[in-house]
Design a protein around this ligand. Structure first.
Ligand code: GDP
Ligand code: IMO
Ligand code: MG
Length: 431
C-alpha cells in the first residue's frame, strides 16, 4: 500500500499536473482533496496538451480510478464540460472511473457573480486577483453552513429550499455590489438537469478510499494551489479559501492523517505567482522576462502573465515544515538554462537582524524585509535530454544539491521539460 500526497510548495502552478500524471503510471487511485476549477493542471502526452481543472490529473490513465474529495468545491458546468471535452478528444469511459464525493460543495452561478463583482469593485490594493471561478463565496457558504452539497442533488424539494435560503442570504451583498439577484428557477432548473449525470457519480469517498488503502492499493492525493496560497499557512489575505497543504489531504478526502505515508513537495527551480500579494524575490528585469518567456509562464486557467522571480529557500523551508515534506520534485530546471548567473534567496534582512526563516507576516509591508541572495553559476547547454542526474551539467547539479541541503529534504525527481519522459527520477515513492 502507498498513500502519497503531491503538494505545491509555492504559489501554485509548480507542475503538479505533470508529476501526478507521471506517478500515476503506478497508481490505482488519484484523489483531489481541495480547491476547485481555480486549478489548472497541465498534462502533456506526446503532442497533446490537456489542462484539467476539476478532474484529477490521473484521468488519462485508463486503469486509474479518479476521485473528487469532499474538500473540493465543484462547479457542475465545468465538471460536465471537462468530461465532454475529454470524450470528444477520444478519451472514453471517463464517467466509469470517476467518483465524486456526496459531501463536496457546489459552486453555483451566484457564487461566480459575487466573486466577479467583488474583484471588479475592490480598490486596487484590496483586489486579490482571484480566478473569478466562485471559489471564495462557495467556501464562505460552507463555513457559514449555508452551502449546497452534491448530495443535496438527490432531493429536488430540499435542494430548492436550500438554494432559496442561500440566495436570500446573498441578496443584500449582490445588491450592494450593484448586481442582480438571480431568480430561483434560473438556478434550480438547469442544476436538476445536470444532476441526472452527476448523481450516478456520487460516492462516500472516505469509505471508498479507506477500503482501497486496506486492500493495498497505491493512492495518490493530488493537491491543488500551493502552500503559500493555503487559507491558514499562505500569505493571507492574498490566498485561496481552502487547505492546500498536505494536512488538507486527510480532511478533504476523509482518511486518517496517519494513513498518509509520503509527502512530496513540488517546487519550480524558480518562483512564480499569478494574482496579487507579496512576492519578495520578484524580478522586474530581463531575468524575470527570461523566466516568463522561456518558462511560458501564463496562467493555465486565466491566461494571465505570471509574475516571476528567483527561488526563495526560506519559503521552501517553511513549506517543508508545514507540509512535512519527505521528498522534493523540482520542476522546470530547463528554464534556467542560458542564464550566466543564478541567484537564490537564502535568508532575509529584517529590522531585528538576519533570519533564515520565511518572514511571512512581514513580507506584506513594503521595505520591511529584504531578501539576501547567494549567487550561483549558470549553465548554457540544453538539459532537456537528461534522464540521469549525472548527465546534468555540474552547475545544475550544484544548484539542485544546494536546494536539497538547504531545505534538508531529499530529491525525488527533477523535471527538465513538460513531457512525461522529460524527467530524472531519483526515488519513486510509489512502491
Ligand atoms: P500545476 O497547476 O501545478 O499543475 O502547474 P500548471 O500546469 O498550471 O503549470 C505548469 C506549466 O509548466 C505547464 O505548462 C506544464 O506543462 C509546464 N511544465 C511542467 N514541468 C515542466 C518542466 O520541467 N519544464 C518545462 N519547461 N515546463 C514544465
Ligand atoms: P493550481 O492548482 C496559481 C490564486 C489566484 C489568486 C488567489 C485566490 O493550478 O496550482 P481564488 O480564485 O482561488 O479565490 O484566487 O489564488 N490561485 C492560483 N494560482 N495556481 C492555482 O492553482 C491557483 N488557484 C488559485 O490567482 O491569487
Ligand atoms: Mg496550474
Amino acid at each position: 500500500m502507498s498513500a502519497v500526497v503531491i503538494v505545491g510548495a509555492q504559489w501554485g502552478d509548480e507542475g503538479k499536473g505533470k508529476i501526478v500524471d507521471f506517478y500515476t503510471e503506478r497508481a490505482d487511485w488519484v484523489v483531489r482533496y481541495g480547491g476547485g476549477p481555480n486549478a489548472g493542471h497541465t498534462l502533456v502526452v506526446g503532442d497533446e496538451k490537456i489542462v484539467v481543472r476539476l478532474l484529477p490529473s490521473g484521468i488519462l490513465r485508463e486503469g486509474t480510478r479518479c476521485v473528487l474529495g469532499q474538500g473540493m468545491v465543484i462547479d457542475p458546468t465545468v465538471l460536465l464540460s471537462e468530461i465532454d471535452d475529454l470524450t470528444r478528444r477520444g478519451r472514453h469511459g471517463i464517467e466509469q472511473r470517476l467518483l465524486v464525493s456526496d459531501r463536496a460543495h457546489l459552486i453555483l452561478p451566484y457564487h461566480i457573480t459575487i466573486d466577479c463583482l467583488r474583484e471588479s469593485k475592490a480598490a486596487a490594493a484590496n483586489a486579490i486577483g482571484t480566478t473569478k471561478k466562485g471559489i471564495g463565496p462557495t467556501y464562505e457558504d460552507k463555513a457559514r453552513r449555508n452551502g449546497i452539497r452534491t448530495g443535496d442533488l438527490r432531493d429536488a424539494t430540499r435542494l430548492r429550499e436550500r438554494i432559496a435560503l442561500a440566495i436570500e442570504a446573498w441578496a443584500p451583498t449582490i445588491l450592494a455590489l450593484g448586481g442582480e439577484v438571480p431568480e430561483l428557477d434560473s438556478i434550480v432548473e438547469p442544476l436538476l438537469k445536470q444532476a441526472e449525470r452527476i448523481l450516478p457519480l456520487l460516492t462516500p469517498v472516505s469509505q471508498i478510499v479507506d477500503k482501497a488503502l486496506k486492500d493495498g492499493a497505491h493512492v495518490l492525493f493530488e493537491g491543488a494551489q500551493g502552500t503559500l496560497l493555503d487559507i491558514d499557512h499562505g500569505t493571507y489575505p492574498f490566498v485561496t479559501s481552502s487547505s492546500a497543504v498536505s494536512g488538507g489531504a486527510a480532511i478533504g478526502s476523509g482518511v486518517g492523517p496517519n494513513r498518509l505515508r509520503n509527502i512530496v513537495g513540488i517546487t519550480k527551480a524558480y518562483c512564480t505567482r499569478v494574482g496579487a500579494g507579496p512576492f519578495p524575490t520578484e524580478l522586474n528585469d530581463a531575468h524575470g522576462t527570461h523566466l516568463r518567456e522561456v518558462g511560458a509562464e501564463f496562467g493555465s486557467v486565466t491566461g494571465r502573465p505570471r509574475r516571476t522571480g528567483w527561488l526563495d529557500l526560506p519559503a521552501l523551508r517553511y513549506a517543508a515544515r508545514v507540509n512535512g515534506f519527505d521528498g522534493l520534485a523540482i520542476t522546470k530546471l530547463d528554464v534556467l538554462t542560458g542564464l550566466d548567473k543564478l541567484k537564490v534567496c537564502v535568508g532575509y534582512d529584517t529590522p531585528t537582524g538576519r533570519t533564515e526563516e520565511f518572514p511571512i507576516d512581514d513580507i506584506e509591508v513594503p521595505g520591511r524585509v529584504t531578501p539576501v541572495y547567494q549567487e550561483m553559476q549558470g549553465w548554457k547547454d540544453s538539459i532537456a535530454n537528461a534522464r540521469r542526474l549525472e548527465s546534468l551539467p555540474g552547475p545544475a547539479r550544484a544548484y539542485l544539491n544546494f536546494i536539497s541541503e538547504q531545505t534538508g529534504v531529499p530529491l525525488y525527481l527533477v523535471s527538465v521539460g513538460p513531457k512525461r519522459d522529460e524527467t530524472v527520477i531519483l526515488h519513486n515513492p510509489l512502491v
